[in-house]
Design a protein around this ligand. Structure first.
Ligand SMILES: CC(C)(COP(=O)(O)OP(=O)(O)OC[C@H]1O[C@@H](n2cnc3c(N)ncnc32)[C@H](O)[C@@H]1OP(=O)(O)O)[C@@H](O)C(=O)NCCC(=O)NCCS
Length: 151
């Protein structure tokens, strides 16, 4: 059973490292139908391109290649949603992107995910495309919207 017990209570996100992968997997399973395992997070975090932030309630993982970054996953514990945590994590990302000279952020989000689409709209992302049947759902497949934010 995955535990959420390794990170001291704090309001400041920390960089996602190998020691936080169990908590990352715990948070992921609170938010997705097909969550990533602790081992998947460990493999991801071991890649030099991966950068992420985590606290006890939220998680954001990205990949950085040259001056572009892609958001790989973002989730907030259901008990702590609509409190601005996702916005806070995206602001961390924007600050990091600015410091690292990143010029473009990219992501995919399910067309059915109103909460996330509203979040990304609010944070200045714009739709640049759509991918057919990109996500597996419990009942079939659904399309993804591709979004970008440029600096
Ligand atoms: C999407 C998600 C990360 C938002 O996290 P959150 O911390 O609740 O979001 P915030 O409180 O920072 O909200 C910021 C904005 O997002 C939008 N938003 C967030 N939740 C929403 C909801 N349930 N319905 C509509 N809009 C929503 C709103 O525009 C909101 O701004 P507002 O509060 O001024 O209206 C969270 O719902 C989640 O973890 N969902 C499951 C995992 C997921 O879908 N991840 C995204 C995959 S790409």
């Amino acid at each position: 059973m995955l535990q959420k017990n390794k990170i001291p209570l704090s309001l400041t996100p920390v960089l996602l490292t190998l020691s936080f992968c169990e908590t990352a997997a715990f948070l992921h399973q609170t938010s997705f139908d097909f969550p990533w395992s602790k081992e998947s997070f460990e493999a991801l975090v071991s890649l030099p391109a991966t950068v992420g932030w985590i606290d006890e309630k939220a998680l954001l993982v990205c990949s950085k290649v040259a001056d572009e970054m892609e958001i790989l996953t973002l989730c907030v514990d259901p008990c702590f949603r609509r409190m601005g945590l996702a916005e806070k994590f995206l602001d961390y990302l924007f600050r990091y992107a600015d410091e690292q000279g990143v010029h473009r952020l990219f992501l995919e989000v399910s067309v059915q995910n109103t909460a996330a689409r509203n979040l990304y709209d609010k944070k200045g992302f714009r739709q640049i495309g759509q991918r057919k049947n990109y996500y597996k759902t419990k009942t079939g497949f659904c399309d993804a919207v591709c979004m970008e934010k440029t600096f």
